[in-house]
Design a protein around this ligand. Sequence first.
Ligand SMILES: [Zn+2]
Length: 273
Amino acid sequence: MTQSNIDVQAIPIFNDNYIWIIINVNAKTCVAVDPGDAAPLIAFLESQKLTLEAVLITHHHQDHTGGLDQLHKQISNLNVYGPELESIQGVTHPLEDQQVVKLAAIETVFTIMHTPGHTAGHICYYAEHLGESPSSDQQKPWLFCGDTLFSGGCGRLFEGTPAQMYSSLQRISGLPKNTNICCTHEYTLANLRFANLVDESNSSLKNYITKVENLRRDDQMSLPSNLALELEINPFLRANKPALIAAASRFKGEKLEAGVDTFAALRAWKDVS
Ligand SMILES: [Zn+2]
């Protein structure tokens, strides 16, 4: 069987961020997603003897872009992709919704999804598979979704409306169920505590909480997640489920509709919980 030569790793930075690294194992080249800090990334490149060929940026927040200056200083002609709707110093290739980006260094084609809500211009990077000749395991699609979707949660609405975020998450929900989900933050356990509060009879959720508690106790990451799991356990993807509508209605003190009304109440509830 043909083996893929693509590997995905994550470098933990700050308190709870990850820099995702997509590595072409044969060519020793790689692409980094949301390098909020340059030093840990450069140390990783040196220790693994990898060449950084490109950077993907999801949105303008400093903890996703803070390393760009230093990376440009150290690596000449570095290609940096980012959202065209946000002004980000160091982005060389602005991208718009549905644009297709071919990254030869990792033999991968990404389709851009504009997913406003957390920020106005936020984009996600979707690939049907990583590498040209993927093994069966890596034929799964991958989504690098920044601060739009988290495992068990979603990003705060800093620049967008609930309707925008709901629509962005609905779009993600429509991707193939086996899509790997690479978010930027290790927020899973805190998200699941809230999820358990609003979806208390969900047995898949309880099983996942146990799994993540064990992982985190051993200091292991809970990511990547996958879409099938998120659809089962993530309250922000379940705003059409009777249990969530009932819980959100209790919080608001009025009977809410399925969909964006319920989503908006859940997001407001999470903000104060
Ligand atoms: Zn952010």
